[in-house]
Each structure stands twice: as structure tokens, then as C-alpha cells.
Design a binder for this molecule. Structure first.
Ligand SMILES: Cc1cc2nc3c(=O)[nH]c(=O)nc-3n(C[C@H](O)[C@H](O)[C@H](O)COP(=O)(O)OP(=O)(O)OC[C@H]3O[C@@H](n4cnc5c(N)ncnc54)[C@H](O)[C@@H]3O)c2cc1C
Length: 223
């Protein structure tokens, strides 16, 4: 018997940023969450669910998700076909990744690939007065960098675009930019996105003496 409590939320909008990347917005109702939390969103037949990180701020009246539609994806492709008014089954928020919030909001550095920017958007929207020291953000194409301008207005941002040349961005992977990360004894590092990036950045930090308790990771996709 499935005893997991869940509820149904109503779709307000599905906004496309690129042909494979969209923002799903649902009415928040009375859902309480902490930046970094995920919820499980269900396929319309309710046979499958996947976790998605909340990208909106704690003071907003809606929940927003930044979702990459995988061509053969069971749940992401279904969510991409939702329309305003649809009801989606959703689990309560859960999570352990707490960007910017460990150590009583000690100084933070963020590193994201793709939709891995979502929990950092939630943090910046929730705690605008306590921005991170820097955010490194890696995407494949400029159209994927949905939040880059907004983030750049709130903290120092270094953008890497791997599959096309963009004048204001590094052409390559986000891991090419690691020298920009400050190395300080009290700084906490938050990494979110592709597993290979998490491993590479963690190894880079560890080799420079950063202890594991200051490296926080959330894996969205396995390469
Ligand atoms: C804690 C957590 C939070 C997450 N938050 C988000 C989020 O905010 N936004 C978001 O978009 N996703 C997020 N994800 C990923 C999400 O949960 C799903 O795994 C993703 O949407 C794919 O599910 P699906 O049902 O569409 O695809 P599936 O049916 O599970 O997979 C379909 C096919 O796609 C392949 N595939 C898997 N990953 C990739 C990839 N990166 N590129 C190409 N093919 C791939 C699989 O091998 C499979 O063959 C999160 C994952 C975790 C663990």
C-alpha cells in the first residue's frame, strides 16, 4: 500500500524557453518548502513520478519548476504536454540539499549545469539579501541559459556555453572556470546538475584542501 501523502496542484502555465526546456508553474496552495527542496511530480496516469527541484522563492504564491524535456522521457515529456487547468499529483516537498543555508548562511559558491540552476534560483528568490560569492553556470546553448541575466544582477556570474560561441560567455564546459572559485576556509560549495560535473568539481576542490563537509551536491542526471 502506498502511504505517501500527496496532493493535486493546478497548472497555471507552461512556458517554453527552448524546444527542450520549459518552466512549469502550478498554484502553490498551502505547500511549505525550503530552497533546495524537490517534489515528486507524477505522470498523468500516476504510474510514474520523478523528483523536480522547486525553482521559485518561498514568498511566491506559485511553485515553479525548470524542466528539461527528454525526447523519450516518461515524466518530463508528459509534463511538457500539460496545459493550464490540468491537475498534477505532487508529493510533499523533501530534500537535504540546502544551497547557501549551511553554517548559518556562511559564504557560498554555486556551480550548476543546465536545470541544476533551479535550487539556486529558489535560494536567490528567497534570500536576495544573502547572495553567494559567485555562481558558475554551464549550459549547452545560449537558449538554455534561461536565468543567466537575472542571476547576474544578483551575484557575480560566470557562464559557460559548450556547444555554441556566445560573446559574453566562456566557450566550453563550466569546469573550465573552476579557477574563478574563491578558496577560503569558511566557504561552502554547492554543486547541482550532471553527475560528471559534481565529481569533477568535488575532485578539484578536494585536491585544493576543501573538506567534504563544505562540498554539497545534488545530482539531477547521470551522464
Ligand atoms: C533530486 C533530483 C532533482 C531533480 N530536479 C530536476 C529539475 O529541477 N529539472 C529537471 O529537468 N530534472 C530534474 N531531475 C531529473 C528528473 O527527476 C528526471 O530524471 C528527468 O526529468 C527524466 O525523467 P523522465 O521520466 O522524463 O525520463 P526517463 O523515462 O526516466 O528516461 C528516459 C530516457 O532518457 C535517458 N536520459 C536520462 N537522463 C538523460 C540526459 N541527461 N540526457 C539524455 N538522456 C537522458 C534515460 O537513460 C532514458 O533512456 C531531478 C532529479 C533528481 C534526482
Amino acid at each position: 500500500m502506498n502511504t505517501t501523502p500527496s496532493q493535486y496542484v493546478t497548472v497555471r502555465s507552461v512556458r517554453w524557453h527552448a524546444d527542450h526546456l520549459f518552466e512549469l508553474c502550478v498554484a502553490r496552495d498551502d505547500v511549505a518548502f525550503v530552497p533546495g527542496d524537490c517534489v515528486a511530480l507524477f505522470h498523468r496516469d500516476e504510474a510514474a513520478s520523478r523528483p523536480y527541484s522547486i525553482a521559485s522563492g518561498v514568498n511566491e504564491d506559485e511553485l515553479r519548476f525548470l524542466i528539461r524535456r527528454l525526447p523519450a522521457g516518461t515524466v518530463s515529456a508528459d509534463l511538457a504536454r500539460r496545459v493550464p487547468g490540468d491537475r498534477i499529483r505532487m508529493s510533499p516537498p523533501f530534500g537535504w540539499f540546502r544551497p547557501g543555508q549551511v553554517g548559518d548562511f556562511a559564504s557560498a559558491a554555486f556551480v550548476a549545469t543546465g536545470t541544476g540552476i533551479a535550487p539556486f534560483l529558489s535560494y536567490l528568490r528567497s534570500f536576495p539579501a544573502q547572495p553567494p560569492r559567485i555562481c558558475l553556470y554551464g549550459v549547452r546553448r545560449q537558449a538554455d541559459a534561461v536565468a543567466a541575466d537575472w542571476v547576474a544582477q544578483r551575484c557575480p556570474l560566470k557562464l559557460a556555453v559548450s556547444r555554441e560561441r556566445v560573446p559574453s560567455a566562456h566557450h566550453g564546459r563550466v569546469t573550465d572556470l573552476l579557477e574563478a572559485l574563491p578558496l577560503e576556509p569558511l566557504l561552502h560549495y554547492y554543486l547541482c546538475g550532471l553527475d560528471t560535473m559534481l565529481t569533477e568539481v568535488s575532485d578539484w576542490l578536494t585536491a585544493r584542501g576543501v573538506t567534504a563537509d563544505r562540498i554539497h551536491r545534488e545530482c539531477f542526471f547521470n551522464a
